[in-house]
Design a protein around this ligand. Structure first.
Ligand code: NDP
Length: 281
């Protein structure tokens, strides 16, 4: 019998708690918590993400400062804005919606976000601290996955965890978090030989690939916990994950659906990170 991990429910419980904690913080400190969101250009998907983030801020009581810059904004203009937000005492978190237009050097711009305001957890310092297992702001999606596993009381110590995907924003921090939780971790990617064999060893399998229904039932061990980070469109244009959910679920002890799994956790963790950066200030 498998259990579907309800990310929507876990995220909503977390947001309820966060709303209370933020109200208490504001009452005790007399200060607001602020998140600056910077969007350069008119990418429609980015506009939706930014809208959702601003909506989430309203829901939990975080003040949002949105900066909508035209696509032709120069490197210097973006960097000047980030430098001023870095100094702004009302801003606890800075989020730059990626991807930035091609003429902007993202790496050099993002470097201007101080570690303490890097609520996406993408900076070299925060990633380094995650590797050292010391206090850091952790990338929202993998952090959300950890909260889901924790919520379901899934034991990780000594378990074989396999992460398929090695991106800087999902796969690598995910692997690091699982190592820090005492799992034995294998990271797979497009050059991995015998992917199926690797996946079959997983007590916990995290798919962060970006290919619709790529993980099939023959790649999953009986009783595995399967976490699907993927967000893709299937042949009918319907949102789906990296896991062939309908056929894989029968083999699992736990599985996350798409939609309604990891997705709702990501923005919630962004709110949580913004709260954390205010509390730690
Ligand atoms: P990337 O494209 O940056 O990384 C994909 C990874 O998958 C790469 O490491 C790549 O390997 C690996 N990969 C690709 N093809 C194969 C293959 N055939 N076999 C094994 N590994 C393969 O994607 P992201 O990490 O940014 O995102 C992954 C998925 O998660 C996407 O669907 C994205 O939309 C979704 N996502 C969902 C979020 C959420 O909130 N739910 C948040 C962020 C992402 P290599 O490095 O060798 O190229």
């Amino acid at each position: 019998m498998y259990k579907i991990i309800d990310g929507k429910l876990i995220a909503s419980e977390m947001r309820d708690k966060l709303k209370k904690d933020i109200a208490e913080y504001k009452l005790n400190s007399g200060k607001d918590i602020g998140l600056a969101v910077v969007l350069v250009g008119e990418n429609p998907a980015s506009q939706v993400y930014v809208r959702n983030k601003i909506k989430a801020c309203e829901e939990v009581g975080i003040k949002s400062y949105a900066y909508y810059l035209p696509a032709e904004t120069s490197q210097k203009e973006v960097e000047d804005l980030l430098a001023s937000l870095a100094e702004d005492g009302n801003v606890n978190g800075i989020l730059v919606q990626l991807p930035l237009p091609k003429h902007i050097n993202s790496e050099s711009a993002l470097r201007l976000i101080p570690e303490s305001k890097d609520v996406d957890g993408f900076s070299a310092n925060n990633i380094g601290k995650l590797c050292l297992n010391s206090q850091s702001l952790v990338a929202c999606t993998p952090y959300g996955v950890m909260k889901m596993l924790e919520h379901e009381r899934i034991e990780l110590c000594g378990k074989n965890a396999v992460v398929v995907g090695r991106s800087n924003i999902v796969g690598k921090p995910m692997a690091m978090l699982l190592i820090n939780a005492d799992a034995t971790v294998t990271v797979c990617h497009s050059k991995t030989k015998n992917l199926k064999e690797q996946c079959l060893k997983a007590d916990v399998l995290v798919a962060a690939i970006g290919k619709a229904k790529f993980i099939t039932a023959d790649m999953v061990k009986d009783g595995a916990v399967v976490i699907d980070v993927g967000m893709n469109r299937d042949e009918n244009g319907k949102l789906c994950g990296d896991v062939d959910f309908e056929n894989v679920k029968q083999k699992c002890s736990y599985i996350t659906p798409v939609p309604g799994g990891v997705g709702p956790m990501t923005i919630t963790m962004l709110m949580y990170n913004t709260y954390l950066s205010a509390v730690r200030r």
